[in-house]
Design a binder for this molecule. Structure first.
Ligand SMILES: Cc1cc2nc3c(=O)[nH]c(=O)nc-3n(C[C@H](O)[C@H](O)[C@H](O)COP(=O)(O)OP(=O)(O)OC[C@H]3O[C@@H](n4cnc5c(N)ncnc54)[C@H](O)[C@@H]3O)c2cc1C
Length: 304
C-alpha cells in the first residue's frame, strides 16, 4: 500500500517540532526533499550555547529571526506550541487550537532546566540575570558542576569582576572530564577567582549564601508529548537522555537533538525512506558525552 501524503504532489509533508539547533538543522536538510513546516512558539532562533554570554552581558542578544533561515529554504514557520501528538491520525495539535497533519514527524523539543522556584536564575532567564548583574557588586552562586555551570561561572567571573562568583557541585566539578581537562578547568576557574565548593548537595536556591543564584543543574528532556502519545521512550530519559521515537517502533517519527547520548556511534540512522536520500547521511557519529544529570551536557549530534 502506498504512503498517503498530506501534501500535494509527490512531496511528503514533514512536520518538525522545535526550532533549536536540531530542529532547525533537520528542517533545512529536509527542505530540498519535502514540504517542511517548523513548529516553535518563538519566531527567533536562540543560540543556546551562547546564553552564558547573554547572562554575563557580553552579548546583548543571542537570537536571530527564524525567517532569515526559513524563507530562502521555503520552510513554513508555525508560531505555536505543540500540545499533543496523535500518531494514529498523524496529527499534531497546538496551543492555538490547530490540528497539523504530517507524513513524517521530527521530534526535536530539546530540554530545559528543571524548575527550582522563582529565586534562581537559569539559562532560560539569562536576559534577566544580565539586567540584575548590572546592579552589582555582590555575590553570585552557580549551582551545577557540569559543562553549563563551569561555562557560566567562568564567563561571569571574567566579565563581571565586581561580582564574587562561586561554583557549587554535588559531585566533583567536571566529573565527566579527563583528569587533565578537569585540572585545566579548575585551574582556569580558580585563576579567575571562582570559589569552588564540591561534595555538597544544594537542594534549593535558598540553601546557598549568595545574593544571586544561577541554577545550572538538573536538565530535563522535553519528552512529555512523546510519552503522552505513547511513543517509545529511551529508559535513560529519566536521567536526561531521550529517544522518543525509535525507528523500528515508530517508523513515521524520529527524534533529534538534546541530549544525543541515545545515538550510538556509527552511521547516522534515519527514519526517511530509501528515496529521497537520507539528509543525515553525512552526520558524524557523536562524541562520547558525560551524563546530564548534574547539569552537564553533551555536544549536539546534528550534522554540521
Ligand atoms: C549556557 C549554555 C551553554 C552551552 N554550551 C554548549 C557548547 O558549547 N557546546 C554544545 O555542544 N552544547 C552546549 N550547550 C547545550 C546546547 O545548547 C544543547 O545541547 C542544544 O541547545 C540542544 O539543541 P536542541 O535543538 O536539541 O534543543 P533546544 O536548543 O533546547 O531547542 C528546543 C526547541 O524546541 C522548542 N520547543 C520546546 N517545547 C516546544 C513545544 N511544545 N512546541 C514547539 N516547540 C517547542 C523550544 O522553543 C526550542 O526552540 C549549552 C547550553 C547552555 C544552556
Amino acid at each position: 500500500m502506498g504512503m498517503t501524503t498530506h501534501s500535494s504532489g509527490d512531496r511528503p509533508h514533514v512536520l518538525v517540532l522545535g526550532a533549536g539547533y536540531a530542529g532547525l538543522m533537520a528542517a533545512l536538510r529536509l527542505a530540498p526533499h519535502a514540504r517542511v513546516s517548523l513548529v516553535d512558539p518563538s519566531d527567533r532562533f536562540t543560540e543556546r550555547v551562547r546564553l552564558h554570554e547573554l547572562a554575563a552581558g557580553v552579548r546583548p542578544d543571542v537570537s536571530h529571526p527564524l525567517s532569515h533561515f526559513l524563507r530562502p529554504a521555503g520552510i513554513e514557520h508555525i508560531a505555536a506550541r505543540a500540545t499533543g501528538i496523535d500518531p494514529a491520525t498523524r496529527t499534531v495539535t497546538t496551543d492555538d487550537g490547530r490540528r497539523l497533519p504530517y507524513d513524517r514527524l521530527v521530534y526535536a523539543l530539546g530540554s530545559r532546566t528543571a524548575p527550582v522556584g522563582e529565586r534562581a536564575h537559569t539559562a532560560e532567564t539569562a536576559a534577566g540575570l544580565s539586567k540584575r548583574l548590572q546592579d552589582g557588586p555582590g555575590s553570585v552562586a552557580v549551582v551545577g558542576g557540569g559543562l553549563t555551570g563551569i561555562e557560566l561561572a567562568a564567563e561571569l567571573a571574567e566579565s563581571r569582576p565586581e561580582w564574587r562568583v562561586s561554583l557549587h557541585s554535588e559531585g566533583r566539578v567536571g566529573s565527566g572530564f579527563t583528569p587533565r581537562a578537569r585540572d585545566h578547568a579548575l585551574g582556569v576557574l580558580r585563576a579567575r577567582g571562582v570559589r569552588i565548593e564540591q561534595g555538597r548537595r544544594i537542594a534549593e536556591p535558598d540553601s546557598v549564601d549568595a545574593d544571586e543564584v544561577v541554577w545550572a543543574a538538573s536538565m530535563v528532556p522535553n519528552t512529555e508529548l512523546a510519552a503522552a502519545a505513547g511513543l517509545p521512550l529511551d529508559p535513560r530519559a529519566a536521567s536526561g537522555s531521550t529517544a522518543p521515537c525509535a525507528r523500528r517502533r515508530s517508523p513515521r517519527c524520529m527524534s533529534r537533538g538534546t541530549p544525543p547520548r541515545r545515538v550510538r556511534p556509527g552511521p547516522a540512522r534515519c527514519a526517511w525512506p530509501a528515496r529521497p536520500p537520507c539528509p543525515w547521511a553525512r552526520t558524524r557519529p557523536p562524541r562520547s558525552s558525560p551524563s546530564s544529570a548534574d547539569g552537564s551536557r553533551a555536544p549536539s549530534t546534528t550534522a554540521s
